[in-house]
Design a protein around this ligand. Structure first.
Ligand SMILES: [Zn+2]
Length: 78
């Protein structure tokens, strides 16, 4: 049974235009972008979530199209 929150934002997954410079001061792979959504923090640079847990979003029936994101700012951490 799928218990992951796969419906936290509308489909398809939308990304912000600008790439993240860092994630609350932590390294981010070049070109990573945050997903669009009403996140706790407005951008990855201001994120204070340093926890290890991400959430998978995207179509549950197409795992290859799912994205692992930070639950506080929506940054793509796949
Ligand atoms: Zn974050």
């Amino acid at each position: 049974m799928d218990t992951l929150p796969t419906e936290v934002q509308p489909r398809p997954i939308r990304f912000r235009d600008e790439p993240a410079m860092h994630h609350g001061g932590a390294y981010v792979a070049p070109g990573r972008r945050a997903t669009a959504g009403a996140w706790l923090y407005p951008c990855p640079e201001q994120c204070r979530d340093d926890g290890p847990l991400g959430i998978w979003i995207g179509p549950a029936d197409e795992p290859g199209r799912q994205v692992l994101i930070c639950p506080s700012c929506g940054l793509d951490c796949t």
